[in-house]
Design a protein around this ligand. Structure first.
Ligand SMILES: *Cc1c(COP(=O)(O)O)cnc(C)c1O
Length: 289
């Protein structure tokens, strides 16, 4: 049930990138993609140890986490329910959730804020249900994400990751520190005001000067883009064959490119970008391109 899944590291031969390697977590699975598998792995283990048969979680209408939870639940024979933020909508992400058997409950933005209350109101008496926070944020998720580092066979000067909640980044930082690696961890928050990521990470790991936070690559905020980012995605994809999404990984690759251009990163330094997946969402974004 919980067989180990590794992802390959690939060198990207692309001008102007020098010495850029990509950890292809996007290849782990099309639906339980990238860091969402890393985050769910030990959550699923814990739920199974506690004999839970029903996962209940939370997300927006385009959440990669919801699709991942729905697909993983179906594969492991569990039921799943999601509280979806906002008024009822239909889109390709929620279609996938439904196909995987996930029950969707749409809740207004105000009620959505109190997740433990929603859980209690709907499932308080049901001992078979397991609460998973939005995006899978938890210490089990941090443990799972730390394994990205333990799979590496080489040492990198810089490791880059995009951040929403910072849980994935916390796992990476904790592994870098316990393994005494020389690598700097560059975190690119995809939301405005990304300094909060430090506080989120500090819930799980002691911060150190291994961590470098770049708060200027949010492009206006969560899921916001501009013509420069879209242009970057098009040219990067055409040159590398590597898909990125405008919400997360494109902002990270853009940042790497920008920091190299500005010489903030030495052109001979070895860089690893974590491709955290999340590519399904671009199917619904044709208007952006
Ligand atoms: C969810 C997600 C992230 C953010 O992960 P956090 O642990 O919340 O910081 C990054 N990249 C992709 C593709 C995601 O789907």
């Amino acid at each position: 049930m919980f067989q180990e899944i590794y992802s390959p590291v690939q060198k990207l031969e692309i001008d102007p990138f020098n010495n850029l390697f990509v950890k292809r977590d996007d290849l782990i699975d099309p639906y339980v993609s990238g860091n969402k598998w890393r985050k769910l792995k030990y959550i699923l283990k814990k739920a199974s140890l506690e004999n839970k048969n029903h996962l209940v979680t939370f997300g927006g209408a385009y959440s990669n986490h919801l699709v991942a939870t729905a697909a993983a639940s179906a594969r492991f024979g569990l039921n799943s329910t999601a509280f979806v933020r906002g008024e009822e909508v239909r889109n390709e992400m929620l279609l996938l959730c439904s196909l995987f058997g996930m029950k969707l409950i749409f809740v207004d933005r105000e009620s959505y804020k109190n997740k433990p209350l929603l859980f209690k109101e709907h499932f308080g008496d049901d001992t078979n249900t397991y609460f998973i926070d939005e995006g899978g944020a938890s210490k089990e998720a941090v443990t799972g994400c730390a394994e990205i580092i333990s799979e590496l066979n080489e040492t990198y000067d810089h490791i880059f990751v995009a951040a929403g909640t910072g849980t994935t980044a916390a796992g990476l930082l904790s592994a870098i520190q316990t393994r005494n690696l020389p690598s700097k961890l560059h975190v690119i928050p995809v939301l405005k005001g990304g300094d909060f990521i430090k506080d989120e990470m500090a819930k799980y790991v002691k911060l150190s000067d291994h961590l470098i936070l770049h708060t200027d690559y949010h492009f206006g905020g969560y899921a916001k883009t501009n013509s420069e980012l879209i242009h970057f995605i098009k040219s990067f994809t055409a040159k590398t064959g590597l898909l990125t999404d405008p919400v997360y990984t494109a902002k990270m690759f853009y940042a790497i490119n920008d920091l190299q251009q500005k010489k903030s990163i030495n052109s001979t330094d070895k860089i690893l970008a974590i491709h955290t997946g999340g590519l399904l969402g671009i199917l619904g974004m044709r208007d952006k391109f």
